[in-house]
Design a protein around this ligand. Sequence first.
Ligand code: ADP
Length: 258
Amino acid sequence: AEASARQVQRMEVLGQLAAGVAHDFANIVQAAGTAASLIESRAQDENVLSLARVIGKASARGQVLTRRMLDFARNDASARAGEATADPAEVVGGVCDLLSRVLGHGCRLRCEIERDGLPALVRSERAELEAALMNLAANARDAMPKGGEVTVRVVAERMTLRHPAGLGPGLYARVSVIDEGEGMPPEVLARAGEPFFTTKPRGKGTGLGLSGVRGFAEAAGGALRVRSEPGRGTTVTFWLPAVTMVRPEPQVRAAAGG
Ligand code: ADP
């Protein structure tokens, strides 16, 4: 019990530290974004303009991520989930270009969006879904130093019984990021979703990627599952529940005079 109390205390300190770093980082990223939009407004050269737009987009996403980290530290993921909705096909389709930039030259990206039966809207904030995919793509890239293929797949899944991942019955968008990387040995897999757990060198890993994606999926009423085989690759899957349109109840009016 004493060890776990110490661990809780350590986590609290780390949380505060992360929040401090996130706060400073938000300012840095914002400065870069402001500079990029100044360049965009002044430059003539089409190449310079397009690079400035890339910086602008990257910094916008950096701001989303740092805000996520602040939220994470404040531990109000469920408050954040709120009422936001997103079109999974549209969001994933829209972010593929950026994901292939994250992957760089070494890796190929396949985006498979199976629209058949896919919910038009899921419980998720667009920026959060994008950030989740960026995180998973970065992990896939890091796991494939020799390159390879990364598949991002979105399909519909209708659960009838309770799913082992803890999902109730209903319609979901199932989003998977599949890599052909080095995979994880069991002891890493067991801890991979823990906040601050990382096997990456200092300055490269935060250990907030997978735990953040799990927090995001669970706050939306979904779940996350990681499958990994050393030497073969990793599949990270998360489910987001469909927003079911509730038909408004017909107003049954009591007869006049009642
Ligand atoms: P970070 O990427 O900053 O280390 P994450 O929470 O995203 O933090 O991941 C935690 C750890 O899980 C990583 O350090 C790595 O060891 C392992 N991991 C995550 N994704 C993958 C992947 N696709 N392939 C292999 N290992 C992974």
